[in-house]
Design a protein around this ligand. Structure first.
Ligand SMILES: Nc1ncnc2c1ncn2[C@@H]1O[C@H](COP(=O)(O)OP(=O)(O)OP(=O)(O)O)[C@@H](O)[C@H]1O
Ligand SMILES: [Mg+2]
Length: 253
């Protein structure tokens, strides 16, 4: 199953969710194998997970070079059963590379088709733009997860556009489904959060994950230590939020 974590808004928690979802899937569904694909030139996810040297091949090399075997591109990570195709600065050039031919027969989709059976889950961490990288990820995906930041009106404006992008991608990938909108950095006590809830209920009924991820300092600390919340603070409320969310993904995916 291939899932894109996408929203054109920056800083809404895409990378944090991708990282903890990958670790959570392996934690809650033992023996599952997860491949993360970092599409963002900032390489935040790569920095959280990567174990190997910086000169190793990246997604850009794999797409550009037909002679490069997948085994040379995929990297083991610090987390068992989680592998990554890393990003690097050249990922910005992917935008151009992928733009040459946006059709179901893109090189990207063909290449993915050759390896996806090796994994239970493939997760795309998308950049904060609706450019061709995000579009291609959506065209290759079974599902999209769209994080919105609790109490952030701007995130809502981003929602309209990502929804349009999902509709557009369906022309090439009719089975693409929205797995859910995920409220993150959420604080239910705030008036802005209650307003967000009302708005989501009105505009996006039944499209929101029943579990949200609260705002939590321990999650930031965990990221600094390059640990998932399952490792860093296993008995915390925010770990429970993630556990519930990951279980929703397992059940609905
Ligand atoms: N639930 C949370 N509670 C507190 N802090 C959080 C939470 N989720 C994410 N953060 C923090 O918010 C910041 C942005 O998160 P993240 O990098 O995951 O967003 P992003 O959408 O991937 O950003 P970008 O668009 O730049 O790729 C990070 O500093 C992260 O530590
Ligand atoms: Mg990110």
């Amino acid at each position: 199953m291939i899932i894109s974590i996408a929203n054109e808004k920056g800083g809404v928690g895409k990378t944090t969710i991708t990282f903890n979802l990958a670790c959570g899937l392996v934690h809650l569904k033992p023996k599952s194998k997860v491949l993360c694909i970092d599409l963002d030139a900032q390489a935040n996810l790569t920095n959280l997970l990567d174990n190997s040297n910086e000169n190793a091949f990246s997604l850009y090399d794999w797409i550009k070079n037909d002679n490069l075997d997948f085994s040379e591109v995929v990297r083991q990570t610090t987390k068992p059963n989680v592998e990554i195709i890393a990003s690097n600065l050249f990922s910005n050039d992917l935008h151009e590379l992928m733009g040459k031919d946006i059709s179901p027969a893109t090189i990207f989709k063909e290449k993915l088709a050759t390896i996806k059976q090796n994994y239970d889950y493939v997760l795309f961490d998308c950049p904060p733009f609706l450019d061709r990288r995000t579009t291609n990820a959506l065209v290759c995906s079974d599902f999209a997860i769209v994080p919105v930041k609790g109490g952030d009106g701007f995130s809502i404006s981003g929602l309209k556009r990502i929804n349009e992008a999902i509709k557009d991608a369906r022309r090439l990938n009719p089975s693409l489904a929205l797995l859910g909108i995920l409220k993150t950095m959420y604080n239910g006590k705030l008036v802005v959060s209650k307003e967000l809830d009302k708005l989501l209920e009105r505009e996006y009924p039944k499209m929101v994950f029943s579990n949200s991820i609260r705002e939590a300092t321990s999650l930031r600390e965990a990221l600094m230590m390059k640990q998932s919340i399952f490792e860093y603070d296993p008995n915390s409320n925010v770990e429970e939020d993630f556990r519930n969310f990951v279980n929703e993904v397992i059940q609905n995916g």
